[in-house]
Design a protein around this ligand. Structure first.
Ligand code: C2E
Ligand code: CA
Ligand code: CA
Ligand code: CA
Length: 272
Protein backbone atom coordinates (compact mmCIF):
# COMPACT_ATOMS: atom_id res chain seq x y z
CA UNK A 1 0.00 0.00 0.00
CA UNK A 2 2.92 2.25 0.81
CA UNK A 3 4.58 1.64 -2.52
CA UNK A 4 1.31 2.42 -4.26
CA UNK A 5 0.96 5.57 -2.22
CA UNK A 6 4.41 6.61 -3.22
CA UNK A 7 3.67 6.01 -6.88
CA UNK A 8 0.53 8.05 -6.64
CA UNK A 9 2.47 10.80 -4.95
CA UNK A 10 5.03 10.86 -7.73
CA UNK A 11 2.32 10.86 -10.36
CA UNK A 12 0.48 13.65 -8.62
CA UNK A 13 3.65 15.62 -8.16
CA UNK A 14 4.44 15.62 -11.89
CA UNK A 15 1.84 15.61 -14.59
CA UNK A 16 -1.38 15.87 -12.62
CA UNK A 17 -0.14 18.78 -10.54
CA UNK A 18 0.91 20.63 -13.68
CA UNK A 19 -2.46 19.94 -15.24
CA UNK A 20 -4.25 21.22 -12.15
CA UNK A 21 -2.05 24.31 -11.92
CA UNK A 22 -2.75 25.14 -15.54
CA UNK A 23 -6.44 24.48 -15.13
CA UNK A 24 -6.67 26.75 -12.06
CA UNK A 25 -4.66 29.43 -13.80
CA UNK A 26 -6.89 29.33 -16.87
CA UNK A 27 -10.00 29.31 -14.73
CA UNK A 28 -8.83 32.46 -12.93
CA UNK A 29 -7.58 34.35 -15.94
CA UNK A 30 -10.60 33.49 -18.03
CA UNK A 31 -12.64 35.85 -15.84
CA UNK A 32 -10.90 38.85 -17.33
CA UNK A 33 -10.06 37.47 -20.77
CA UNK A 34 -13.02 39.16 -22.45
CA UNK A 35 -12.54 42.57 -20.87
CA UNK A 36 -8.79 42.39 -21.46
CA UNK A 37 -9.56 41.78 -25.12
CA UNK A 38 -7.67 38.49 -25.27
CA UNK A 39 -10.17 36.48 -27.32
CA UNK A 40 -9.69 36.22 -31.08
CA UNK A 41 -12.23 34.86 -33.52
CA UNK A 42 -10.91 32.74 -36.37
CA UNK A 43 -13.00 31.75 -39.39
CA UNK A 44 -13.10 28.56 -41.43
CA UNK A 45 -14.87 28.44 -44.76
CA UNK A 46 -17.71 26.05 -45.52
CA UNK A 47 -17.67 24.84 -49.12
CA UNK A 48 -19.92 23.49 -51.81
CA UNK A 49 -17.70 20.48 -52.55
CA UNK A 50 -19.14 20.05 -56.05
CA UNK A 51 -18.50 23.61 -57.24
CA UNK A 52 -15.67 24.47 -54.79
CA UNK A 53 -17.51 27.66 -53.91
CA UNK A 54 -17.52 29.00 -50.41
CA UNK A 55 -21.02 29.02 -48.91
CA UNK A 56 -20.35 30.40 -45.44
CA UNK A 57 -17.97 30.64 -42.51
CA UNK A 58 -17.76 29.12 -39.05
CA UNK A 59 -16.49 31.32 -36.23
CA UNK A 60 -14.03 29.51 -33.95
CA UNK A 61 -12.69 31.31 -30.91
CA UNK A 62 -9.10 31.25 -29.62
CA UNK A 63 -7.67 32.74 -26.47
CA UNK A 64 -4.52 34.72 -26.98
CA UNK A 65 -3.14 34.53 -23.47
CA UNK A 66 -0.42 37.13 -22.73
CA UNK A 67 2.09 34.58 -21.38
CA UNK A 68 0.80 31.17 -22.48
CA UNK A 69 0.12 32.09 -26.10
CA UNK A 70 -2.76 30.84 -28.22
CA UNK A 71 -5.02 28.49 -26.26
CA UNK A 72 -7.44 26.26 -28.15
CA UNK A 73 -11.18 26.32 -27.49
CA UNK A 74 -11.02 22.56 -26.89
CA UNK A 75 -9.11 23.41 -23.71
CA UNK A 76 -10.79 26.55 -22.39
CA UNK A 77 -14.42 26.27 -23.55
CA UNK A 78 -15.14 23.31 -21.22
CA UNK A 79 -13.67 25.38 -18.34
CA UNK A 80 -15.78 28.36 -19.35
CA UNK A 81 -18.85 26.11 -19.42
CA UNK A 82 -18.15 24.88 -15.90
CA UNK A 83 -17.46 28.30 -14.40
CA UNK A 84 -20.27 30.14 -16.18
CA UNK A 85 -17.80 32.35 -18.01
CA UNK A 86 -19.17 30.87 -21.26
CA UNK A 87 -21.90 33.51 -21.15
CA UNK A 88 -19.41 36.34 -21.55
CA UNK A 89 -17.23 34.36 -23.96
CA UNK A 90 -20.23 33.31 -26.05
CA UNK A 91 -21.62 36.84 -26.18
CA UNK A 92 -18.24 38.11 -27.29
CA UNK A 93 -17.99 35.60 -30.14
CA UNK A 94 -21.58 36.15 -31.28
CA UNK A 95 -21.13 39.90 -31.37
CA UNK A 96 -17.76 39.68 -33.15
CA UNK A 97 -19.08 37.26 -35.79
CA UNK A 98 -22.23 39.29 -36.45
CA UNK A 99 -20.22 42.50 -36.74
CA UNK A 100 -17.68 40.87 -39.04
CA UNK A 101 -20.26 39.31 -41.34
CA UNK A 102 -21.98 42.68 -41.79
CA UNK A 103 -18.60 44.24 -42.52
CA UNK A 104 -17.91 41.60 -45.18
CA UNK A 105 -21.26 42.34 -46.80
CA UNK A 106 -20.59 46.08 -46.78
CA UNK A 107 -17.19 45.48 -48.35
CA UNK A 108 -18.79 43.54 -51.22
CA UNK A 109 -17.27 40.33 -49.91
CA UNK A 110 -20.51 38.42 -50.50
CA UNK A 111 -23.68 37.44 -48.69
CA UNK A 112 -23.34 34.22 -46.73
CA UNK A 113 -24.19 33.01 -43.26
CA UNK A 114 -21.69 33.04 -40.42
CA UNK A 115 -22.02 30.12 -38.00
CA UNK A 116 -21.39 30.51 -34.30
CA UNK A 117 -21.01 27.63 -31.83
CA UNK A 118 -23.37 27.97 -28.89
CA UNK A 119 -23.07 25.99 -25.64
CA UNK A 120 -26.07 24.59 -23.83
CA UNK A 121 -25.28 26.87 -20.85
CA UNK A 122 -25.89 29.96 -22.98
CA UNK A 123 -29.51 28.92 -23.51
CA UNK A 124 -30.16 29.14 -19.77
CA UNK A 125 -29.88 32.92 -19.80
CA UNK A 126 -33.37 34.38 -19.57
CA UNK A 127 -32.43 37.18 -21.97
CA UNK A 128 -30.45 35.15 -24.52
CA UNK A 129 -32.84 35.76 -27.41
CA UNK A 130 -32.95 39.45 -26.56
CA UNK A 131 -29.14 39.66 -26.48
CA UNK A 132 -28.85 38.18 -29.96
CA UNK A 133 -31.69 40.35 -31.28
CA UNK A 134 -29.89 43.46 -30.00
CA UNK A 135 -26.59 42.41 -31.58
CA UNK A 136 -28.24 41.84 -34.97
CA UNK A 137 -29.94 45.21 -34.71
CA UNK A 138 -26.82 47.00 -33.56
CA UNK A 139 -24.87 45.72 -36.54
CA UNK A 140 -27.80 45.77 -38.97
CA UNK A 141 -27.36 42.12 -39.96
CA UNK A 142 -30.34 40.26 -41.43
CA UNK A 143 -31.04 37.27 -39.12
CA UNK A 144 -30.85 34.69 -41.94
CA UNK A 145 -27.11 35.40 -42.15
CA UNK A 146 -26.60 34.09 -38.65
CA UNK A 147 -26.46 30.36 -37.99
CA UNK A 148 -26.23 28.87 -34.52
CA UNK A 149 -24.39 25.56 -34.16
CA UNK A 150 -25.68 23.46 -31.30
CA UNK A 151 -24.75 19.95 -30.17
CA UNK A 152 -26.83 17.06 -28.98
CA UNK A 153 -25.89 17.91 -25.38
CA UNK A 154 -28.58 20.58 -25.30
CA UNK A 155 -31.19 17.82 -25.22
CA UNK A 156 -30.33 17.33 -21.53
CA UNK A 157 -32.43 20.39 -20.81
CA UNK A 158 -34.86 20.33 -23.68
CA UNK A 159 -37.71 22.10 -21.82
CA UNK A 160 -35.61 25.23 -21.31
CA UNK A 161 -33.93 25.10 -24.68
CA UNK A 162 -36.84 24.37 -27.00
CA UNK A 163 -38.74 27.67 -26.58
CA UNK A 164 -35.48 29.59 -27.04
CA UNK A 165 -34.69 27.72 -30.23
CA UNK A 166 -38.22 28.30 -31.50
CA UNK A 167 -37.84 32.02 -30.83
CA UNK A 168 -34.58 32.07 -32.83
CA UNK A 169 -36.27 30.21 -35.69
CA UNK A 170 -39.16 32.66 -35.66
CA UNK A 171 -36.62 35.47 -36.08
CA UNK A 172 -35.21 33.74 -39.16
CA UNK A 173 -31.92 32.59 -37.61
CA UNK A 174 -30.58 29.30 -38.95
CA UNK A 175 -29.91 26.26 -36.82
CA UNK A 176 -27.22 23.68 -37.33
CA UNK A 177 -26.68 20.41 -35.46
CA UNK A 178 -22.96 19.94 -34.81
CA UNK A 179 -21.00 16.69 -34.25
CA UNK A 180 -23.96 14.68 -35.46
CA UNK A 181 -23.83 11.02 -34.51
CA UNK A 182 -21.51 11.36 -31.50
CA UNK A 183 -24.05 12.18 -28.80
CA UNK A 184 -27.23 10.50 -27.71
CA UNK A 185 -30.82 10.84 -28.97
CA UNK A 186 -29.61 11.89 -32.41
CA UNK A 187 -32.80 11.02 -34.21
CA UNK A 188 -35.04 12.31 -31.44
CA UNK A 189 -33.39 15.73 -31.71
CA UNK A 190 -34.03 15.79 -35.47
CA UNK A 191 -37.66 15.09 -34.79
CA UNK A 192 -38.00 17.70 -32.03
CA UNK A 193 -35.87 20.64 -33.16
CA UNK A 194 -36.28 22.83 -36.27
CA UNK A 195 -32.81 22.02 -37.55
CA UNK A 196 -31.76 23.40 -40.98
CA UNK A 197 -28.37 21.70 -41.23
CA UNK A 198 -26.71 18.54 -39.93
CA UNK A 199 -22.95 18.42 -39.56
CA UNK A 200 -21.47 14.94 -39.94
CA UNK A 201 -18.89 14.58 -37.19
CA UNK A 202 -15.30 14.52 -38.35
CA UNK A 203 -14.64 11.17 -36.66
CA UNK A 204 -16.78 9.52 -39.37
CA UNK A 205 -15.14 11.48 -42.17
CA UNK A 206 -11.61 10.69 -40.97
CA UNK A 207 -12.36 6.94 -41.03
CA UNK A 208 -14.51 6.94 -44.15
CA UNK A 209 -12.35 4.14 -45.58
CA UNK A 210 -13.84 1.89 -42.96
CA UNK A 211 -17.03 0.28 -44.33
CA UNK A 212 -18.93 1.02 -41.12
CA UNK A 213 -18.09 4.71 -41.18
CA UNK A 214 -18.94 4.76 -44.84
CA UNK A 215 -22.40 3.32 -44.17
CA UNK A 216 -22.98 5.72 -41.28
CA UNK A 217 -22.01 8.71 -43.43
CA UNK A 218 -24.29 7.53 -46.21
CA UNK A 219 -27.15 7.04 -43.76
CA UNK A 220 -26.72 10.50 -42.21
CA UNK A 221 -26.74 12.07 -45.68
CA UNK A 222 -29.91 10.18 -46.58
CA UNK A 223 -31.71 11.04 -43.33
CA UNK A 224 -30.82 14.72 -43.63
CA UNK A 225 -31.81 14.86 -47.28
CA UNK A 226 -35.10 13.07 -46.63
CA UNK A 227 -35.93 15.55 -43.88
CA UNK A 228 -35.19 18.47 -46.21
CA UNK A 229 -32.09 19.48 -44.28
CA UNK A 230 -28.68 20.47 -45.55
CA UNK A 231 -25.89 18.05 -44.71
CA UNK A 232 -22.31 19.20 -44.30
CA UNK A 233 -19.29 16.97 -43.68
CA UNK A 234 -16.72 18.18 -41.16
CA UNK A 235 -12.99 17.49 -41.11
CA UNK A 236 -12.29 16.92 -44.81
CA UNK A 237 -8.51 16.65 -44.86
CA UNK A 238 -7.71 14.84 -48.09
CA UNK A 239 -8.77 14.52 -51.71
CA UNK A 240 -9.70 10.94 -50.88
CA UNK A 241 -12.15 12.07 -48.16
CA UNK A 242 -13.62 14.49 -50.66
CA UNK A 243 -14.11 11.87 -53.38
CA UNK A 244 -15.71 9.42 -50.94
CA UNK A 245 -18.13 12.08 -49.73
CA UNK A 246 -19.08 13.14 -53.24
CA UNK A 247 -19.79 9.52 -54.15
CA UNK A 248 -22.16 9.36 -51.18
CA UNK A 249 -24.11 12.37 -52.40
CA UNK A 250 -22.65 14.91 -50.00
CA UNK A 251 -22.77 18.50 -51.29
CA UNK A 252 -21.27 20.57 -48.50
CA UNK A 253 -18.04 20.23 -46.59
CA UNK A 254 -15.49 21.87 -44.40
CA UNK A 255 -11.94 20.98 -43.46
CA UNK A 256 -8.21 21.51 -43.69
CA UNK A 257 -8.29 20.29 -47.31
CA UNK A 258 -9.87 23.65 -48.14
CA UNK A 259 -8.72 25.86 -45.32
CA UNK A 260 -7.78 25.87 -41.68
CA UNK A 261 -9.54 28.35 -39.44
CA UNK A 262 -7.72 31.68 -39.98
CA UNK A 263 -7.81 35.17 -38.47
CA UNK A 264 -9.96 37.78 -40.24
CA UNK A 265 -7.05 39.27 -42.21
CA UNK A 266 -6.40 35.91 -43.86
CA UNK A 267 -9.96 34.99 -44.81
CA UNK A 268 -10.28 34.59 -48.55
CA UNK A 269 -13.16 36.16 -50.37
CA UNK A 270 -16.35 34.15 -50.43
CA UNK A 271 -17.58 33.75 -54.02
CA UNK A 272 -21.31 34.16 -53.65
P1 C2E B 1 -16.37 22.14 -33.60
O1 C2E B 1 -17.46 23.15 -33.53
O2 C2E B 1 -16.74 20.75 -33.95
O3 C2E B 1 -15.34 22.75 -34.64
C1 C2E B 1 -14.56 21.97 -35.51
C2 C2E B 1 -13.15 21.80 -34.98
O4 C2E B 1 -12.40 20.99 -35.89
C3 C2E B 1 -12.38 23.12 -34.89
O5 C2E B 1 -11.44 22.99 -33.84
C4 C2E B 1 -11.66 23.15 -36.23
O6 C2E B 1 -10.51 23.97 -36.21
C5 C2E B 1 -11.32 21.72 -36.40
N1 C2E B 1 -11.17 21.32 -37.80
C6 C2E B 1 -11.72 21.89 -38.90
N2 C2E B 1 -11.37 21.23 -40.02
C7 C2E B 1 -10.59 20.20 -39.62
C8 C2E B 1 -9.90 19.14 -40.31
O7 C2E B 1 -9.94 19.00 -41.54
N3 C2E B 1 -9.20 18.27 -39.55
C9 C2E B 1 -9.12 18.37 -38.18
N4 C2E B 1 -8.40 17.48 -37.52
N5 C2E B 1 -9.76 19.35 -37.51
C10 C2E B 1 -10.47 20.25 -38.21
P2 C2E B 1 -11.22 24.17 -32.81
O8 C2E B 1 -11.25 25.49 -33.53
O9 C2E B 1 -10.03 23.84 -31.98
O10 C2E B 1 -12.54 24.11 -31.92
C11 C2E B 1 -12.79 22.98 -31.10
C12 C2E B 1 -14.17 23.04 -30.50
O11 C2E B 1 -14.30 24.12 -29.60
C13 C2E B 1 -15.27 23.28 -31.54
O12 C2E B 1 -15.56 22.07 -32.20
C14 C2E B 1 -16.38 23.77 -30.66
O13 C2E B 1 -17.04 22.71 -30.04
C15 C2E B 1 -15.63 24.54 -29.61
N6 C2E B 1 -15.70 25.99 -29.92
C16 C2E B 1 -14.92 26.72 -30.73
N7 C2E B 1 -15.30 28.02 -30.73
C17 C2E B 1 -16.38 28.10 -29.90
C18 C2E B 1 -17.23 29.17 -29.47
O14 C2E B 1 -17.11 30.33 -29.88
N8 C2E B 1 -18.22 28.85 -28.58
C19 C2E B 1 -18.40 27.57 -28.12
N9 C2E B 1 -19.38 27.34 -27.25
N10 C2E B 1 -17.62 26.54 -28.50
C20 C2E B 1 -16.62 26.81 -29.39
CA1 CA C 1 -6.36 38.98 -17.89
CA1 CA D 1 -19.07 23.74 -34.85
CA1 CA E 1 -18.14 19.62 -35.08
Amino acid sequence: AKAQGKNQYIFFDDSLKHALDRRLLLENELRTAVEDDELVVYYQSKMNILTHECVGYEALVRWNHPSLGLISPGEFIPIAEETGEIKAVGAYVLNAAIKQNKKWQDEGFGYFPVSVNVSAEQFNQFDFVDQVKKMLKRHQLTPKYLELEITESIMQDVETVLPVIQAFKAMGIQLSLDDFGTGYSSLYILKELPVDTIKIDQSFVRTINDPRSESIVKTIIDIGTNLGMQVIAEGIETFEHLEHLKAKGCIFGQGYYYSRPVPVEKVKKCMS
